[in-house]
Design a protein around this ligand. Structure first.
Ligand code: NDP
Ligand code: DXP
Ligand code: MN
Length: 395
């Protein structure tokens, strides 16, 4: 029996994780589930999976959570706040943590799981983008097993040779990691109309049903940029080892190209329950409730090179990846502010990249070597991005 904490249980990945867990009650037990704003959903989930702890990230909502828990007859202990998120991520009773909080808020609880040597199912790519080497070093020291849940990285993981040694691409005969991306909803849209893109249009991914922030990131291809950085850290690859390939249908989830000319790909319907089930059951396989691919029903299967004029955020992320840790931490922070501002109607779609670039340009180069310094860079970049927005886009 595997005992699991689900961080971000009320989100898209969290709900899919509980769906897979519920299909296999003989294999998985839920120890804790966490949420932030969606308290009713969190209580409904607690009714169904009977965890020992229900954690509400937002401390201000503790009383409300306790009242709701009584209404819903929840026997679990209700906890709240940042420390509680970390406590349920490193508790001695658990084997596995699904890291599915969105954004920088997921960094410390995910790191707590890593430092405690847990099996960490990593969906929260921002945590790795923010802390790169420190995250990987912590896993090496504690013996934590990091299993990628992001569909592309899960695919790459599945396409790597057995016994792949971290960073040893050449030794493994790998010539390129081919990171696929759909190109989002604006792949074919006239560039001249990009300033008229609405929140609804940007919130509608062609293939995947996901949370709001990652959906906007997919539309700007910042998602692929973050994934580029994520792939470097997960597999010990350099930026030159990775090529982004636009594959609009999202059936191929990524590929690994070998020196003998072979390309190994992982395919499947776009349903996150596949990588989640893979991570939970690894190295076994379990039913995930996913519809099998039907090759007689796939009209198109196409590939393109991404255009940086259409997707300036992708270039910003690749450049930041080459520059180093402070740049990727700052870019992630600026992007979180810019996307939130876009979703609040404060800035336009194309302004997201402008805010990101101007934030990076405003900040002096610096070296970061501790989580404290990472958090300081995150805070500073948020303030700088806010300043850019106030100075440029508000009257
Ligand atoms: N969705 C997908 O298919 C994929 C997602 N990912 C990654 O997985 C992560 C989660 O994505 P997704 O599930 O789409 O996101 P959602 O927005 O759907 O869910 C986010 C989760 O985080 C919680 N949360 C939000 N803010 C905070 C906070 N400040 N402190 C603690 N918890 C918080 C939310 O709680 P509440 O809802 O209660 O407010 C929710 O449980 C992201 O990093 C994303 O990039 C990667 C690949 C695919
Ligand atoms: C499901 C998943 O892993 C997302 O990150 C997805 O890849 C987003 O689609 P894009 O390829 O459009 O960014
Ligand atoms: Mn992905």
């Amino acid at each position: 029996m595997q005992t699991v904490t689900v961080l971000g249980a009320t989100g898209s990945i969290g709900c899919n994780t509980l769906d897979v867990i519920n299909r296999h009650p003989e294999k998985y037990r839920t120890f804790a589930i966490t949420g932030n704003g969606q308290l009713e959903l969190l209580m409904q989930q607690a009714q169904k999976c009977s965890p020992r702890f229900v954690v509400v990230a937002d401390e201000a909502r503790y009383k409300e959570a306790c009242t709701l828990a009584t209404e819903y007859n929840i026997t679990a202990e209700i906890l709240c706040g940042a420390k509680a998120l970390e406590d349920v991520s490193c508790a001695a009773e658990i084997d596995t943590v699904m890291a599915a909080i969105v954004g920088a808020a997921g960094l410390l609880p995910t790191l707590a799981a890593v430092k405690a040597g847990k099996k960490v199912l990593l969906a929260n790519k921002e945590a790795l983008v923010m802390s790169g080497a420190l995250f990987i070093d912590a896993a090496t020291q504690s013996g934590a097993e990091i299993l990628p849940i992001d569909s592309e990285h899960n695919a790459i993981f599945q396409c790597l040779p057995q016994g792949y040694e971290y960073g040893e691409l050449e030794k493994a005969g790998i010539s390129k990691i081919l990171l696929t991306g759909s190109g989002g909803p604006f792949r074919e849209r006239e560039l001249s109309s990009f300033n008229a893109i609405t929140i609804d249009e940007a919130s509608s991914h062609p293939n995947w049903s996901m949370g709001r922030k990652i959906t906007i990131d997919s539309a700007t291809m910042m998602n692929k940029g973050l994934e580029f950085i994520e792939a470097c850290w997960l597999f010990g690859a350099s930026p030159d080892d990775i090529q982004v390939v636009v594959h609009p249908q999202s059936f191929i989830h990524s590929m690994v190209q070998y020196v003998d000319g072979s390309v190994i790909a992982q395919l499947g319907n776009p349903d996150m329950r596949t990588p989640i089930a893979y991570g939970l059951a690894y190295p076994s396989r379990i039913d995930a409730g996913v519809k099998p691919l039907d090759f007689s029903d796939m009209a198109n299967f196409s590939f393109e090179t991404p255009c940086f004029t259409r997707y300036p955020n992708l270039k910003l992320a690749i450049d930041a990846c080459r520059e180093g840790q402070a740049a990727t931490t700052r870019l992630n922070a600026a992007n979180e502010i810019a996307v939130a501002s876009f979703l609040e109607g404060k800035i336009g779609f194309t302004d997201i990249a402008v805010v990101n670039e101007e934030t990076l340009n405003k900040m002096e180069p610096v070296t970061v070597s501790s989580i404290q310094q990472i958090l300081e860079q995150d805070t500073a970049a948020r303030a700088a991005a806010d300043q850019v927005i106030r100075g440029k886009f508000t009257c």
